[in-house]
Design a protein around this ligand. Structure first.
Ligand SMILES: [Zn+2]
Length: 159
């Protein structure tokens, strides 16, 4: 007995959409495709300030900005785990927090790796990663920058 439940038309799937960055100029891959990322800030040569996310002009002196990569590593300043219904198809629960970037001294707000929620702590070292997480306003899959805990081995681990 050969009985297909689905009609032939139902088997034609639209091509899978590969996740796209959730916004332009939020982050950038480092060293090609080696899995290292940095955030994209703006640097004002007029007053020396940095801004993230990258605005059009310096909000202090209104001078032009150049791109400045930062935030590959940092430490958690504060965080919270959100257990209400997640927006944009984010996993439930999810975590957000402030991370102090170790290079530019900027404190940035962002997503923390949902796979690390049970191990988050203030002061913990983190590194930037980019994960397929949730979708955009139209439900298309998105790549989002997240901070994930640095692996800590018993032999001293990463610095
Ligand atoms: Zn400025």
């Amino acid at each position: 007995m050969n009985h297909d439940k689905a009609s032939p038309a139902a088997k034609i799937a639209s091509p899978p959409q590969s996740p796209q960055p959730v916004a332009r100029d939020l982050y950038q891959a480092l060293d090609g495709d080696a899995g290292r990322y940095a955030l994209v800030a703006g640097h004002c040569s007029g007053c020396g300030r940095h801004f993230y996310p990258l605005p059009g002009r310096c909000s202090s002196c209104h001078g032009p900005l150049t791109r400045a990569l930062f935030g590959e590593r940092g430490s958690i300043y504060s965080f919270t785990v959100v257990r209400t219904r997640a927006p944009f198809g984010l996993p439930e629960p999810y975590a957000v927090g402030y991370v102090d970037a170790e290079d530019l001294g900027l404190r940035v707000f962002g997503l923390l790796d949902p796979g690390c929620i049970d191990r988050l702590s203030v002061g913990a070292p983190v590194r930037l990663d980019v994960l397929p997480l949730g979708g955009d306003a139209e439900g298309r899959p998105c790549l989002r920058p997240v901070f994930t805990l640095c692996r800590q081995s018993g032999k001293g681990g990463e610095q």
